[in-house]
Design a protein around this ligand. Structure first.
Ligand SMILES: CC(C)(COP(=O)(O)OP(=O)(O)OC[C@H]1O[C@@H](n2cnc3c(N)ncnc32)[C@H](O)[C@@H]1OP(=O)(O)O)[C@@H](O)C(=O)NCCC(=O)NCCS
Length: 169
């Protein structure tokens, strides 16, 4: 994630459809997006990880972000959990990119080996995301929790489980 990702980040995060299952609070200004980029870049420095940008390999065009975050804010009641997530421009949905990128991210993280367990959460109704977490990545359903008014499903997978799963594919 670079400061030059501002246009793409703003186009994505100002779209109410993108935020339908993300608390329905899209960003209003480019300054909001600039602060988000800054905060992600700060996480690289402070936590050694943060969401990464997805680009079209042929054109270099911004598609969205993917990868991991260590959450300072509680996730299902616990702080400092590492979760996998993805968010893309609406024009890029339905092309398999979130699945492709999340596999690449899981392979990288699990081979790197410094995080023994990976979590995932999705608002009930966000069927594409739930399918990726549960069916594609094989994450185990743990329980559900409320994020403000929205019920979320909560998933987990260990590093060993992921590496084992990949051996069989
Ligand atoms: C969630 C999101 C990242 C999915 O990205 P994507 O690249 O379109 O997902 P994929 O193309 O990899 O699709 C994954 C699976 O879900 C299915 N799927 C896609 N959209 C779907 C929908 N609206 N309803 C049900 N299934 C859907 C796909 O068909 C695919 O399954 P298949 O391979 O068996 O056909 C994208 O919709 C997005 O950016 N949404 C807004 C942000 C968001 O909600 N992020 C997730 C927060 S938890």
């Amino acid at each position: 994630m670079l400061p030059t990702d501002l246009e793409g980040m703003f186009e994505m995060d100002s779209n109410p459809n993108v935020h339908k299952y993300l608390g329905r609070n899209p960003v209003k200004t480019k300054e909001d997006s600039r602060k988000i980029i800054e905060s992600i870049r700060q996480q690289y420095v402070e936590k050694g990880i943060g969401r990464w940008v997805m680009e079209d390999k042929k054109t270099g065009k911004f598609i969205g972000w993917t990868g991991f975050k260590i959450n300072e804010e509680p996730l299902n009641g616990q702080v400092n959990l590492l979760d996998i997530g993805y968010r893309m421009l609406e024009s890029e949905w339905g092309k398999g990119y979130a699945t492709e990128s999340s596999f690449a991210c899981m392979d990288y993280l699990c081979e790197r080996g410094d995080h023994p367990i990976i979590y995932g959460a999705a608002v009930v109704g966000n069927d594409a995301s739930i399918k990726i977490l549960h069916e594609k990545l094989g994450m185990r359903y743990v329980d559900s929790f409320f994020w403000d008014d929205d019920e979320c499903y909560f998933y987990e997978i260990t590093r060993e489980e992921w590496l084992e799963r990949r051996k069989k594919q």
